[in-house]
Every structure is written in structure tokens, then in C-alpha cells.
Ligand binder design. Structure first.
Ligand code: PLP
Ligand code: COI
Length: 363
């Protein structure tokens, strides 16, 4: 199928340079958006019919638009990194494109071709490249590609018209406390995803399902919530927006296996590779809360960290629930810190990219 030709309409009222510089100097995750957005339209009979860059602004939507009623929506998260020489790069975009396709399949949305996905990032950077912050203090431009059912119809079936859009926000660290370990709330009364459900898809409903427990977590001084398997409430799955790793004192590392209910994190996959590169053993398997409790109490589990595009690699200091507190450490662990330095080093072009993960978006 041939892909649509790009059409670019520049904003006549972009953010003044001084204002943009002020924003990207101290960006707050998701608070400010760039001057443009990408819009690609899909129609059932014709496929992907248009690809445009237009000024950033509200979406005109009919109240009967399917996405507003049945939550047929998927999204991605991926960053643009500025290197020392000014060039702009991104990290493993084919993986995000493939995950968007898998999410689309699960949510009965059209699959966006990988080429169109990567080109959509290039097109947005071509007009909004000045929004990519300087490579200091973990600052980046965060892309939020998403796809929505955009047919005006209240019948419950897969929409016959869909829109893929990309917006972008300059961001600093997701957690504002620096490298300080975060507290995690254990969700005991709600699950995020069940067997054969949508847990592996990056779809809005999974996040909506996490918000009640997330609110409970905030009330208890925690910044993320951890979900257990829906069937038995025994095994650790993941956080509301990040994957988890457990580092044992003997050097081996455990992360929950990908059994269909958790997101196949691209950071997770990269971290598994980086750990193996060091000659350390990584076990991808079921890990129970009981095992983690015993491991933390005996000191056998020395470090725990969360990872994801937004969070990068963030040390976990403690797990809490209404029943217990499991304290790990008030300082970031050694492996956590060094993996974080290596990963961000690759992303900012300071450490050799030996797995060819980086893709250039602009000179
Ligand atoms: N798990 C969930 C639920 C997420 O939302 C994310 C973030 O995208 C991740 C894990 C980590 O995935 P990635 O490393 O691809 O960003
Ligand atoms: C990301 O890391 O891209 C996510 O979607 C997670 C969310 C906490 C912002």
C-alpha cells in the first residue's frame, strides 16, 4: 500500500523564542506542548489517506465520536535526545512502532506502518526541533504518538475511521526528587489487567484502571503503584507506568516475565541486554510478593529499580501497603546507578551505541 505524501502547515503564531527557551530550561513533564502536531487519517476502505503536520491546537470532535464512548485508543511514549553537536536522535523507534502495531491489533485499530511512524517523528522535529532541550539534567523532548477511533457512530464495533496523532512536550525527570529512591504503593484491592485482557497493549483503559490505586498511593506518600496478578494477587506484575527489576546480593537480577498482562517495555528489554552484556544473569520469571518480602527482609534483595521511557531508571526505596512497609534503601543502588548512567550515556551520545539503538532525526 502506498503511503500518503506529507503536507506541512506551519503555525502563524508560534511560541516566542524567549518563552520557548524559558520553558525548555525547566520543563515539567507534560505541562507544555510544542507548536505543531502530526495528524494521519485512516479510512477502512482506503487505508492511510493523509499525513500532515499542522499547528498545535484542540481536536474538533463530534460528541458521538467512538473513542469518547468505548475507549478505543492506544498510545506510545518515546523521546528525542539532543547530542553535544546539536543533532537530534531517538531511541529504538522501530520497537515503539511495532508495539503500536501490536496495541492496534489488540484494540481493533489500524496498524500504522513503521516507516510512517518514524517519519512522523522526523516531520515533527523538522518544525519543532528547537523544542528539544540541551543535553543536561536528563532533559529531552517527549513524543506522545497516539491513535484514536474517530468515527461518529454509537454502535459497538471497531471504528471505520481512525486518526494517528503525535504531540510533543519538553520534559525533565518524571520524578522530581532527583535520584532519590521512590516509594511504591502495593495495590491490594485493584488489578490493572487480567488473562487475555489488554495488559500488554498500551491503551488508555489500562491507565484509567490504575488511577484509583494510584490516588491511594499518593495519599500514602507513594509516587507509583505496583500491581499484582489479577487471578491470584500473588505475583508482581509492574507499576502503573513502569517495569520493575530486583537485584540480588549475589549479582543476579530478576524481572517479571512477559506473560501477556504487562507492557513489553523497551527500556526493560534494553536493560536486560545491558545487564547481560556485563556478564550478569537476568531471570525473566514469575516473582511473588512473598519472595520479594523475604528477600528484602533478609537483605538478599539489595536493589530494586523501575524503568520506562518517562522514568528512565529510577531506584525504588520502599514498598508500602495498608498492611506493611518493606524498606530497601534510602540511597540508589550501585547497579541501578551505573545502568542509568550507561543507558542515558548511550541516549545522549556519550557512550558507544554498540547495539545500534540510536536513530538520527535531524542534523
Ligand atoms: N509499563 C507501563 C504500564 C508503561 O506505561 C510503561 C511506559 O511506557 C512501561 C512499562 C515502560 O515501557 P517503555 O520502557 O517502553 O517506556
Ligand atoms: C512512558 O514512559 O512513556 C509512559 O507512557 C509512562 C507514563 C508514566 C508517562
Amino acid at each position: 500500500m502506498s503511503l500518503p505524501q506529507w503536507k506541512v502547515t506551519r503555525s502563524t503564531n508560534p511560541t516566542p523564542d524567549v518563552e520557548r527557551e524559558r520553558i525548555i530550561e525547566k520543563p515539567v513533564f507534560g505541562a507544555n506542548l510544542t507548536d505543531h502536531q502530526v495528524v494521519c487519517v485512516w479510512e477502512k476502505e482506503k487505508g492511510w489517506v493523509s499525513a500532515e503536520v499542522i499547528p498545535y491546537g484542540p481536536i474538533m470532535m463530534d460528541p458521538s465520536s467512538a473513542v469518547l464512548h468505548y475507549g478505543q485508543e492506544i498510545f506510545e511514549g518515546i523521546k528525542a535526545y539532543r547530542h553535544q553537536d546539536g543533532s537530534i536522535w531517538t531511541f529504538r523507534p522501530e520497537e515503539n512502532a511495532k508495539r503500536l502495531q501490536r496495541s492496534a491489533h489488540r484494540m481493533a485499530l489500524p496498524e500504522l506502518p513503521t516507516e510512517l511512524f518514524i517519519e512522523s517523528l522526523r516531520q515533527l522535529i523538522a518544525v519543532d526541533g528547537a523544542w528539544v532541550p540541551a543535553p543536561v539534567d536528563e532533559k529531552t523532548l517527549y513524543f506522545r504518538p497516539f491513535e484514536i477511533a474517530a468515527e461518529n457512530f454509537l454502535g459497538v464495533r471497531a471504528a471505520q475511521r481512525a486518526e494517528y496523532r503525535v504531540i510533543a512536550s519538553p520534559v525533565g525527570p518524571y520524578f522530581t526528587g532527583g535520584l532519590k529512591p521512590v516509594s511504591i504503593w502495593i495495590a491490594l484491592d485493584s488489578a490493572r489487567a487480567g488473562k487475555h485482557g489488554t495488559g500488554e497493549a498500551k491503551t488508555g483503559g489500562n491507565y484509567a484502571a490504575s488511577l484509583l490505586a494510584q490516588g491511594e498511593g499518593y495519599e500514602n506518600g507513594c509516587s507509583q503503584v505496583m500491581f499484582l496478578d489479577a487471578e491470584t494477587a500473588t505475583y508482581i506484575e509492574e507499576l502503573g507506568g513502569m517495569n520493575l527489576f530486583f537485584v540480588y546480593r549475589d549479582g543476579h537480577v530478576v524481572t517479571p516475565s512477559l506473560d501477556g498482562t504487562i507492557l513489553r517495555g523497551i527500556t526493560r528489554d534494553s536493560v536486560v541486554t545491558l545487564i547481560k552484556d556485563r556478564g550478569l544473569k537476568v531471570e525473566e520469571r514469575k516473582i511473588s510478593l512473598d519472595e520479594v518480602r523475604a528477600g528484602i527482609q533478609s537483605g538478599e534483595i539489595a536493589e530494586v529499580f523501575a524503568c520506562g521511557t518517562a522514568a528512565v531508571i529510577t531506584p525504588v526505596g520502599e514498598f508500602k501497603s495498608r498492611e506493611e512497609t518493606l524498606s530497601i534503601s534510602t540511597e540508589p543502588g550501585e547497579l541501578t546507578t551505573s545502568l542509568r548512567e550507561e543507558l542515558t550515556g548511550i541516549q545522549y551520545g556519550k557512550v558507544a551505541d554498540r547495539h545500534s539503538w540510536m536513530v538520527k532525526l535531524a542534523d
